[in-house]
Ligand binder design. Sequence first.
Ligand code: NDP
Length: 244
Amino acid sequence: MSVSHKPLIVITGASSGIGLATARLFSAHGHALLLLARRLEKMQALDLPNTLALPVDVTDRAALTAAVQQAEQRFGPADAIVNNAGVMLLGEITRQDPTQWDQMLDVNVKGLLNGVYATAKGMTERKRGSIINISSVAGRKSFPNHVAYVGSKFAVHGLSENLREELSAHNVRVTTIAPGAVETELLGHTTDEDIKTGYQAWKAEMGGKVLSAEDVANAIHYAYAQPEGVCIREIVLAATRQQA
Ligand code: NDP
């Protein structure tokens, strides 16, 4: 039986922003895709070939694992997972509703680990695969009103480096992608209007020229497309005019 597509790529948070741009790019390169997010219709609207889109919340470990199994039965083993799903709920720490901390840690950290759980074992058995974790410049340094978000992204940096060390013996690559400000829906979920206004002013200081989701998708594909023996450990990218 001839296979009409390149290997399966799993992308979480594929319904908007960076994940959606990454889905388009890998599909244009001929890959089969498993797209996961809560909003199914946004992923279906992409209408990409050899693509399974499922409405999965990454905090649901069983659902995420079952989705990967379903896609692998149809398209063959997952060659990469892009753990991209994330939320950024900025807040002043003494006033912020702690349930927002819970959500960021649940999605950005535990949801990402669930993606690792669903794919890493198979990759180590096949001695091949790439785990690409989307962190942030906020995974390397602090920003005002970012306490819990920065905490979640420092966790992504830390666990990714530890994971890379542990999976290297199995010929499995782990890459951390750390973007600066990107024009997506991400800020829209922050509930504090003053903080949102301040963030927009910060972006305006850069001449309004922050990264596009496509810029980040290109970096993700660059890391994936290296020869199997080359592991791009980390890519940090930001708008030229972003100072912090
Ligand atoms: P968007 O808000 O545009 O996209 C976030 C994606 O995550 C959506 O597809 C959303 O889908 C998904 N998501 C959120 N919660 C869940 C959940 N519980 N289960 C499944 N999917 C979920 O933002 P970005 O594209 O900017 O964000 C992508 C990643 O990039 C995040 O990890 C973010 O932290 C990181 N990042 C973004 C930067 C920026 O400036 N935009 C800078 C640095 C890093 P749905 O709502 O349909 O579930």
